[in-house]
Design a protein around this ligand. Structure first.
Ligand code: ADP
Length: 608
């Protein structure tokens, strides 16, 4: 089950299960495995070549001769013919090494980037195509903001890992293993002393560093929460003042700043210990080894050549750095495995296409019936939202849903659109159970005009064409005319090409609604669901919107969630709802004449 867990990226324990799930990423790498493999070859080459760097550097530092040596004997191998005591030869070799390494690294980076970017494109595509086809309940369970930020941070983590972290991790491992082999060959005694001190110190230093980072993170969190107190009290300053709560807020704030002080001092103290530790132990250990090693190079019975000793020191420094970087790299890989597991979970979720099996594509006329439908939201099985609802509307009929907020009107709209399934009872269209009808085919024949119209960023034309992306300009204009939107659109300097949405101009509530109506007209649905806007429009907008709605409803089965009774006088049937049940049913005239009827009372209230 896909669960976003807030913004914090938890590090997962590397369990068999999580690794198993994360392994599914290989499916996405598979098409690029050839390039990936070549990338790995370059990685191994560049890392192995990297091992020569500390070696040659040591030889260079410890080398003494500059003159060319005499011809070596011809029966020795080429490597034995190289005089590592000659600094010119060594410098030249270093140069060759850099050329090789730069070539290897270049190809390693471009090949890894190529594979990563191709893979990430495929994963992004798959993740979004899953997301957009998720059933409605998925969006109830997951907050949209959290979902998107989680997704993008998961993808970034996987991307960084594929592109660099894995390569870096293996490079360091190669350096560590290669260094150990080299120093053991040079002097196993010195190697033993070194291995017993430097890696241990390096690991302690890293863990110590992490502990200090944790402490300063705590201090940062405390600072953030104290800032929240300031922000909240400033935003709600009228409340603070009217309740004369200044001193209460002040004491809350005082507590948090005291905590910040305490945490910062604690982390400062530990930082002091940390720095002393580094100076004493880590540097101490290095000096100790150098001192030991130098002893081995001095005197007539010296066991170590000076330049080999220098190489030894270089390897030690390189290895120390590599060991130090391993914990963080490992942590990044762990995080990436968590992120991959998460992404794979999302990709393996069931979409609407997996859930809705119906595949009939009948010609729909728009006769709709609900038979004893009961429903509760999947996440709230304790609250029965609809109870035994039955109604029927003929093709082209108009049904109005009336009732207090929370009565279940929008829920009916959601069920009609099959955002959810009834728990009991049946929902059929033209006498056919909707289970048998292909979900996209069904929704193709429906349109929904919501209370709060959301326009996408783009032009007005694109927003109308959302109802039917294949429509041509004439059809779009005709729809705008029917929706009473044409004249205001034409009044904009850019007409239909006017940008709306976040970066475009702001339309008024009534204008947005007419764009949404044009969108629905263009879609030309058989079944229409209107959620009447609650916010009052001025009389003129109201008239234009109402007229547009009347045009839209013509010859279509329409469900109108009504907030103003004046707009539904002509409905064929009005369903009056209370707590998920139909309490009254009839035409306007029938209902207002019911003595003590709910509708009659509502009508009285609205007339007053
Ligand atoms: P209306 O449209 O008549 O105001 P709704 O259909 O929106 O009523 O809500 C009916 C009931 O269902 C309310 O009690 C509401 O709290 C609950 N409800 C609405 N949407 C959800 C949801 N997504 N998850 C859980 N409960 C919901």
């Amino acid at each position: 089950m896909f669960r976003p867990k807030g913004k914090k990226k938890e590090r997962v324990k590397l369990s068999k299960d999580s690794v198993q799930k994360a392994k599914r990423i290989f499916k996405y790498l598979k098409p690029y495995r050839g390039v990936f493999f070549i990338g790995w070859i370059f990685l191994v080459l560049s890392s192995s070549a990297g091992l020569f760097f500390p070696y040659l550097l040591g030889q260079l530092l410890g080398g003494e001769q500059t003159a060319s040596p005499g011809m070596a004997q011809s029966n020795t191998s080429w490597i034995e013919q190289i005089d590592f005591n000659n600094i010119n030869t060594v410098a030249l070799m270093l140069l060759v090494l850099f050329v090789l390494q730069s070539l290897f690294s270049f190809f390693r980076i471009i090949l890894f980037t190529k594979v990563t970017e191709n893979t990430m494109r495929d994963i992004r595509k798959e993740a979004f195509s899953k997301l957009i086809y998720m059933p409605m309940n998925f969006f109830n369970k997951n907050k949209v903001g959290e979902l998107t930020s989680r997704l993008s941070s998961d993808i970034t983590l996987v991307q960084d890992t594929l592109r660099t972290t894995i390569a870096e991790f293996f490079r360091q491992i190669i350096i560590i293993i290669g260094s150990i082999i080299f120093i053991t060959i040079v002097s196993w005694e010195l190697a033993l002393i070194m291995l017993a001190t430097v890696p241990v110190m390096a690991v302690i230093a890293v863990l110590f560093g992490r502990f200090i980072r944790k402490l300063s993170k705590e201090a940062q969190d405390a600072t953030a929460s104290s800032n929240t107190i300031i922000e909240e009290s400033m935003m709600g300053i009228t409340n603070v003042k009217t309740f004369t709560n200044e001193s209460f807020v002040m004491s809350k704030y005082r507590k948090t700043i005291e905590e910040i002080r305490r945490l910062n001092i604690k982390s400062g103290n530990w930082r002091g210990v940390f720095v002393s530790f580094i100076i004493m132990c880590l540097f101490g250990a290095i000096v100790f080894i150098i001192w030991q090693g130098l002893h081995m190079t001095i005197g007539p019975d010296a066991t170590l050549e000076k330049r080999d000793f220098y190489s030894f020191v270089m390897f030690t420094v390189f290895m120390g750095a590599s060991i130090g970087s391993i914990p963080d790299l490992y942590a990044s890989i762990q995080k990436a495995i968590g992120a991959t597991e998460h992404l794979m979970e999302l990709i393996n979720e069931n979409t609407e296409n997996d859930i809705y099996k119906g595949d009939d594509n009948p010609t729909l006329k728009g006769q709709v019936s609900f038979n004893n439908v009961s429903f509760h939201y999947p996440e709230r099985s304790d609250v029965q939202v609809l109870k035994n609802m039955s109604f029927e509307v003929n093709s082209g009929g108009k049904i109005a849903l009336v009732g207090a907020s929370g009565a279940g009107k929008s829920t009916i709209a959601s069920l009609l659109l099959r955002f959810y399934e009834p728990n009991e009872g049946t929902y059929s269209i033209d006498g056919k159970s909707v289970d048998q009808i292909d979900i996209e085919h069904l929704r193709d024949h429906m349109a929904f005009v919501p209370q709060e119209v959301i326009l996408f960023s783009g032009t007005i034309k694109e927003n109308i064409a959302f109802g039917n992306p294949d429509a041509n300009d004439d059809e779009i204009e005709a729809a705008a005319k029917k929706a009473n939107a044409y004249s205001f659109i034409k009044d904009f300097p850019d007409g239909f090409e006017t940008e709306v949405g976040d970066r475009g101009i702001q339309l008024s509530g009534g204008q947005k609604q007419r764009v949404a109506i044009a969108r629905a007209i263009l879609k030309d649905p058989k079944i229409l669901i209107l959620d009447e806007a609650t916010s009052a429009l001025d009389a003129e907008s109201e008239r234009l919107v109402q007229e547009a709605l009347n045009n839209l409803m013509e010859n279509r089965t329409s469900f109108i969630i009504a907030h103003r009774l004046s707009t539904i006088r002509k409905a064929d049937e009005i369903l009056v709802m209370e707590k998920g049940q139909i309490v009254e049913k009839g035409t306007h005239d029938e209902l207002i004449n019911m003595k003590d009827g709910v509708y009659a009372n509502l009508n009285e209230l609205q007339i007053q």
